[in-house]
Structures are given as C-alpha cells and as structure tokens.
Design a protein around this ligand. Structure first.
Ligand code: DGT
Ligand code: CA
Ligand code: CA
Ligand code: ZN
Length: 577
C-alpha cells in the first residue's frame, strides 16, 4: 500500500468522528497520524514488514495507532472506518470540502434539511432554504454557493506531491517487466503542474501484453477501465485515472512530446511545423509520408527549428519565442538551494524541536536555515509575544552554538494584523536576522484593504519577505482579493522579497505570478513552511513551481551563499523606495 492510501483511511476516520461530534483530541490524533504517514519519506509498509523497525518511533504514533497502521497495511482497510461509515450518510463527508462548512454545520444541514451530498447542498442554497436555518443566514448561503463554484473547477485533481507517489511507484512496478524498454510519466505531471488530473504513462517495449498484465497487478489499482493493444486505462485507489500508452521506439520522442503537452504548447508547435511543410503527431515528424524525426524529443524540436524546451515551460506563455531567440532560461534546480527560509518548531505549531529541525536541515546539506515561528496574533498556534520570542531566539542561539556546519538565522513569521499594523514592534523585529510577514486573519477583506495591509508590510524595512502572498489553499480556499500587480510593483520598488511557499497545498506565489515577478525584477525566497522534519522535503515542489515561473537560480535568494544572502538582507533593511 502506498502511504497516501493509508493516510486516506485515517483522514476519513478523523472526518467521520468529527462529523459525529467526537472529542477533538481524538480527532486530532487521527489527523496527525494521517499527516505523519503521508509525509514519510519511505513506504510505511516497509516499516511494518521490517522486524527491526518500530512504528511507535514515528512522531505521534502510539501503540494504538501503530496497531491500526498494521491492520490497514495488512488488510487494506480498518474495521473502524467501516463502523463509522454506517453511522454517517456517505455523501456527508464531501461537504467538509466546502470552505466554511465545518463538521458541525454539515451535520446541522443534514439533520434539519436532509442535505446528504454536494448536490443536495447546492439545491438547498439555490432554493434559499439555508438562510432560514439558525446560525446560517443569507451571507453564509451566498458564501456556500460561491465556494461550490470554486470547488467544481478544481475537483478531481490531486496535488502534485500525491501524484508523485503513484507516478514513481507505478514506474518502479512496470520496470520489473523484462520486455520493457523506456518509460516516462508525461502529461501535467511531467510539466510539474501544481495539481494533476490524470497520469499519462508512456512506454516502449517488445510486446505490450506483459506490460499490461503487470499494470493489472499494480497494488494501488482499483479498476481496469479499458484495455486495448496500445492503450490501457485504470483507476487508482485514490480515485486518479492512469492511462498507459505503448508506442514503438522510433516514435518515443514524438509521443513523449505529444503527451507531455500542454495542448496549447502543442498547437503552437504544430503551427510552426505546418509553416515548414511538416506534420507533427504522436508518431513522429513527417514530410509527406517520410518520417524525419521522432525517436527523441530533441529530434522533434530540432525538426521544427527549436532547441529542447523544459516541460515546466510548455504552457504557451512565451517559451517558444524565447526558444527561437535563444533566450530559454537556465531554470533553477533543487541542488541550487542552499537553505530553507520558512519553518516552525514546537515553540509554536511545529512538531519537531529546534534541535531536530537544525539537525534535519544539516542532513539536507544546507549551508543555512531560518527558524520562523509564529507571532502572538496566531493564538491557535501558540504565537510568541516579544518576551517569548526573545527567549526563543536565545534558545536558538544556544542550541545552534553547539551544532557546527550550518548557520541558523533567528527569524519570525510575523502577522500582518487586520488593521494593517504589524504584530510586533519594530525594535523587536529589528533583532531578528530574517522576518517573514504573513496574513492569517481578515483574509476576506475587500481588495483595497487587504492590499493596503500587504503594502504596509512591504514598506516596513524590518520585514524581509511576504509569506504565502495570496493565501490560497489549492482547491480549498481562493486567494485573497489582493491587487497582486500593486504588490509586485511595491516589492520591486522597496526591495522586499516574496515567497514561494512550498507546501503542496499552497504553492504560493503560483507560476503565473512568478513570471510577473521575474518581469518586475522581484527576488523570490523559497520556503517549505515545514511543520515537521519530513516537510523539509517539500522544497522540491517549491523549486518546480519556480521553474514553471521561468526562474533561474539568480532570481531566488536562497540559492546564494550565506555571505551574499546576508548582504541582501542588510540591503533590504536600509532600503527606501
Ligand atoms: P491533466 O491530466 O488534466 O492534469 O492535464 P494534462 O496536460 O496531463 O492533459 P491530458 O491528460 O488530458 O493529456 C495529456 C497530454 O496529451 C496533453 O497535455 C496534450 C496531449 N493531448 C491529449 N489530448 C489531446 C488532444 O485532443 N489534442 C492535442 N493536441 N493534444 C492532446
Ligand atoms: Ca494527464
Ligand atoms: Ca490523460
Ligand atoms: Zn503562514
């Protein structure tokens, strides 16, 4: 079983318990277990199988949860989930995906209006039956309708991080077939898009039957949807579809190019080919009936007069002009990153101690890192006031002092308050090496107000960087109404940095905003916002997003050696527009 499958069992248990109004601590324990398993760098199955390893060593996993994990891995499910499912109507759980609808409200809608699904919810809202309920009102009803629209647009797509687990494991699984030659996962996955609709697996082989037989044996398979000679489609246990296509070796490059997309990029490529009297399809590049290219992608691009274009750029956003002019960017790579500039510890809502985070960052090979716990406004996360923060920084210095080989910047993620002021006085943040300022409250303010708040932070020279600048949670919460163009302009004028928050559910700024930031000359900091050791590995997803924004190492401040980074931070503090 893949880790996301195990995690999904716990997530469902947590949701169902919550709907039933169970003790929040119990609910939280299952949620944490789901998160721990989901983020493990290795299959939890292997820990179960290895007699020398103990599940109980995982953070937050006690005896009871360990036993549940063993049962899930061995049987594919847990009886507790089945028992809970009998108590809660099947459609009710999906109501939790609607922003602003907590479990209490979902249950109330079910009891009072018989709402049992997203469909029912939509109908009830359209017929204005919700606003008459106690504790709801017309405003809530409107918000629900709006949220439903947003939900429809992004539904049925999974985060890149989850797609990656299945993409890698299916490749590993199929490589066992001796008849297999080449294999690659194309489509949006190869373009490293933030969410993936389905997986497009491309193979070349001696005979397709053994490859397809092997795919039918894939452990995460739920259903075979269709099987022909050259194409097979399956559904995975997480709901994602996977299409397998078998092509001859001489067409591999052409098929890879075709199925990587994007469709918009391919349309431009085909148009260029037509102008040269050529035809491009998934079998090759043809002049008349004669195939002139197709074995490799390089060949295909060369045939239409272009250098190879990195998949992350293939979105018809100007990459073909760049390629024609020989101006393709040299995209940033994961190994260019020298430090992580956003993370939390047990001082606030992180799950690892200062020492554990430092040792883990050292393990990642970083030259430096910044610890950025929350400021006091974030009461739910135990945010720190001036006094607590100073004590925390002293503690960081003390611990970092006995761990050589990595420089630890004393930082803070300071809230930008609802009225536009900062959560900490200037004289306090002046003592920090690195200050990220973020909006966590008042996210629904009108455009002008929320924009002014962020501009205030940009104008404050003690603030180095704006964290998750649009506040979106992919598929769950829309960005703030912020005027991004004004933010980019101010960031450029004042030399303030903007973040790519690398959490798979955030990836904020997004690729389009990053392209604009690049145009404006705004420098970017990639931070994982890690709340545990394992989340430090999210850096990879931040780098993919940066690549989709055409960013090079020079556009990203945490690719710089420590000395240069510190110089940049000093420059920012002495900046005036
Ligand atoms: P997704 O799966 O929604 O995240 O996005 P993609 O880009 O993976 O799209 P998908 O799976 O429908 O198709 C994979 C690629 O195959 C797509 O990027 C371009 C190519 N492709 C698929 N269908 C067509 C088509 O009808 N016309 C053209 N030109 N290309 C297509
Ligand atoms: Ca796809
Ligand atoms: Ca597809
Ligand atoms: Zn934050």
């Amino acid at each position: 079983m893949e880790n996301p499958e195990v995690a999904m069992v716990f997530e469902e248990i947590a949701d169902l318990l919550e709907i039933l109004g169970e003790n929040p601590f119990r609910v939280r324990a299952y949620r944490n277990a789901a998160r721990t398993v989901r983020e493990l760098p290795e299959p939890v199955e292997e820990i179960v199988r290895n007699p020398n390893r103990k599940l109980e060593d995982l953070p937050g996993i006690g005896k009871d949860l360990a036993e549940k994990i063993r049962i899930i891995v061995q049987t594919g499910d847990h009886p507790m989930r089945q028992e809970l499912r009998e108590k809660v109507p099947p459609g009710l759980r999906e109501l939790l995906d609607v922003p602003g609808l907590g479990p209490k409200r979902a249950w109330a809608l079910y009891e009072k209006l018989g709402v049992k699904s997203i469909e029912d919810l939509k109908k009830a809202a359209q017929e204005h039956r919700i606003q008459r309920l106690r504790g709801f009102g017309a405003k809530t009803e409107r918000a629900i309708l709006e949220a439903l629209e947003h939900l429809e647009q992004v539904q049925r797509r999974v985060y890149l991080a989850e797609a990656k687990v299945f993409a890698e494991s299916v490749v590993r699984h199929l490589r066992e077939v001796p008849e297999l030659h080449q294999i690659e996962v194309a489509g949006s996955y190869r373009r490293r898009k933030e969410t993936v609709g389905d997986l497009d697996v491309l193979v070349t082989c001696d005979r397709s039957a053994p490859v397809m037989d092997r795919l039918a044996q894939y452990p995460a398979l739920a259903d075979v949807l269709a099987r022909g000679d050259t194409k097979m489609s399956i559904r995975l246990k997480n709901g994602m579809q996977l299409d397998l296509r078998v092509v001859p070796d001489e067409s591999y490059g052409a098929a890879l190019q075709y199925f990587t997309g994007s469709q918009a990029h391919n349309i431009q490529i085909r148009r260029m080919a037509q102008e040269k009297g050529l035809k491009v399809n998934e079998y090759g590049v043809f002049r008349g009936d004669k195939r002139i290219a197709g074995k490799t992608e390089e060949e295909v691009y060369a045939a239409v007069g272009l250098p190879w274009i990195p998949p992350e750029l293939r979105e018809a956003r100007g990459e073909i002009e760049w390629a024609l002019q020989g101006r393709l960017p040299k995209l940033v790579e994961l190994h260019d990153i020298r430090g992580d500039l956003h993370m939390h510890t047990t001082a606030t809502d992180g799950r690892a101690s200062i020492e554990e985070m430092i040792l883990a960052c050292k393990e990642m090979g970083y030259q430096y890192m910044a610890i950025t716990d929350h400021s006091k406004r974030v009461t739910v996360a135990g945010g720190l006031d001036a006094k607590a923060l100073r004590a925390h920084w002293a503690e960081i210095d003390r611990i970092a002092g006995r761990i050589p080989g990595i420089t630890v910047l004393k930082g803070v993620e300071m809230d930008i308050l609802e009225d536009g002021s900062m959560d900490l006085p200037d004289d306090v943040v002046a003592e920090a090496d690195w200050v990220v300022a973020s909006v966590h409250y008042g996210q629904n303010q009108p455009r002008e107000q929320i924009t002014r708040r962020i501009l205030n932070a940009i104008k404050n020279p003690y603030v180095h960087c704006i964290g998750h600048p649009t506040g979106r949670l992919i598929g769950k919460r829309k960005p703030y109404e912020v005027d991004l163009d004004a933010v980019l302009k101010a960031a450029a004028d004042y030399g303030c940095f903007l973040e790519v928050n690398a959490q798979p559910s955030r990836l904020d700024l997004d690729d389009v905003a990053l392209l604009a930031a690049r145009e404006r000359g705004v420098l970017i900091a990639i931070g994982t916002d890690a709340h545990s050791i394992d989340e430090l590995r999210f850096m990879e997803f931040g780098v993919y997003q940066a690549r989709r924004g055409a960013l090079e190492a020079k556009h990203i401040i945490n690719t710089r050696p420590l000395k240069e980074l510190l110089k940049l931070l000093r420059q920012r503090r002495s900046s005036r527009a």
